[in-house]
Design a protein around this ligand. Structure first.
Ligand code: NAD
Ligand code: TYD
Length: 377
């Protein structure tokens, strides 16, 4: 049985990737290595944890011996590396933790993979180290959309052309790295290490840089789940600055599908950008979120708009992210499947239908799930 190691599989995106791979590839062993930091929640994987091709290992990607021994035990042939510290605001308060996990953790994994794969008779043949990165490594773009051209653009292929017709700038795979936050600087550094392992040792590697994800099971420190929960409890919605910043949003299952496609069909040593051509100014997105949540809660649509509270801006707040993902479309035929309004509706509905999940996360009770499932260590 072929084994794939997925790191960070108990987190937001990782749990969707684990679910997709465990169910779609029953003849593949999926080994999920996760430290279970505050962001790791095994409840996200409750529906697949009993599958015979799934194994969970609690461990730190910075622990070389742990990684080597589990790679040898399962004869891992592919790695999809998602484990990371992922929240910009935390990176501003605690950059060292980001350097440790994102930079040293990635380097440890690379070195463990090199050790394990080079000792095999077939060497690197049939192996792949796939590193999941972010569009934030490219820095920030200007706001160049002409007045009167409202967000959103839609997520259809033709909208790419529509978008590009205005001469707006996008992050392309060749865009120079210019990270601004400790988070994006740590991710940029890890991307460089991955490419260095290809160029120096010949390790088959791939890097993808994706835009902001949204959907079920995201830790409620990030904008969308935090605000849905605050609207539900009628708490203030803290909008940084004037809410003028722009993000390009992608439904998390579309990201997971892209990862699957790239893992199996991507060209080794390439970089692919993943995004939805779906830019939203924060304040427009927040208004849509309030209206949708109000409606689904049976409140008058828009009655909670007065929860919007402008607060001090984030330090070094990047103005605009926007991904040009046409290379992925062209080479591998991937496209986002959901229109944003539909994705937001589905997302709000999920958080409202799963209030017990949210309450266990915000109360900290989710932390006990590991002991309940796997016993205390
Ligand atoms: P997340 O914070 O929800 O989950 C991170 C997971 O990694 C958690 O389960 C955590 O327990 C685990 N982890 C953290 N440190 C670890 C360590 N030292 N050893 C083992 N496991 C550890 O993150 P996410 O939003 O799911 O992001 C996953 C990846 O995708 C990250 O690499 C992130 O940079 C990248 N990414 C995220 C987004 C986004 O919008 N969320 C967009 C583009 C790229
Ligand atoms: P976030 O979800 O933290 O993702 P990222 O910083 O990686 O893009 O934030 C998305 C946008 O929302 C970003 O421009 C910051 C802004 N934001 C707020 O205005 N208020 C908040 O409370 C949060 C968490 C984010």
């Amino acid at each position: 049985m072929k084994s794939i190691l997925i790191t960070g599989g108990a987190g937001f995106i990782g749990s969707h990737v684990v679910r997709l791979f465990v169910t779609k590839y029953p003849d593949c062993r999926i080994v999920n290595l996760d430290k279970l930091t505050y962001a790791g929640n095994l409840e996200n994987l409750r529906d697949v944890e009993q599958r015979p091709n799934y194994t969970f290992v609690r461990g730190d990607i910075c622990d070389f011996e742990t990684v080597v021994s589990l790679m040898r035990r399962h004869e891992v042939e592919g790695i999809i590396h998602l484990a990371a510290e992922s929240h910009v605001d935390r990176s501003i308060r605690d950059p060292f933790t980001f350097a440790r996990t994102n930079v040293l953790g990635t380097l440890t994994l690379l070195e463990a993979a090199r050790r394990c794969w080079e000792e095999r008779p077939e060497g690197y043949a049939g192996k792949l180290f796939y590193h999941i990165s972010t569009d934030e490594v490219y820095g920030a773009l200007e706001l160049t959309r002409p007045e009167g051209v409202a967000s959103p653009f839609t997520t259809t292929a033709s909208s790419a052309e529509h978008h590009l017709a205005y001469g707006e700038e996008f992050f392309e795979e060749t865009t120079r790295y210019a990270p601004h936050s400790p988070y994006s600087a740590s991710k940029a550094s890890s991307d460089h290490f991955v490419r260095a392992y290809h160029d120096t040792y010949g390790m088959p590697t791939l890097v993808t840089n994706c835009s902001n994800n949204y959907g079920p099971c995201q830790f409620p420190e990030k904008l969308i789940p935090l605000f849905i929960n605050n609207i539900r409890h009628r708490r203030p919605l803290p909008v940084y600055g004037r809410g003028e910043n722009v993000r390009d949003w992608l439904y998390v299952e579309d990201h997971a599908r892209a990862i699957d496609r790239i893992f199996h069909h991507g060209r080794v040593a390439e970089t692919y950008n993943i995004g939805g051509f779906n830019e939203w100014k924060n304040i427009d997105l927040i208004r849509l979120l309030v209206r949708t949540t109000d409606r689904l809660l049976g409140r008058r649509e828009g009655e909670d708009l007065d929860l919007i509270t402008f607060v001090e801006d984030r330090k070094g707040h990047d103005l605009r992210y926007a991904i040009d993902s046409r290379k992925l479309q062209r080479e591998l035929g991937w496209e986002p499947s959901l229109q944003f309004e539909e994705g937001i509706e589905r997302t709000v509905r999920w958080y409202l239908d799963n209030q017990a999940w949210m309450d266990r996360v915000t109360s900290g009770a989710y932390r006990t799930y590991y002991e309940e499932m796997y016993g205390s260590r």
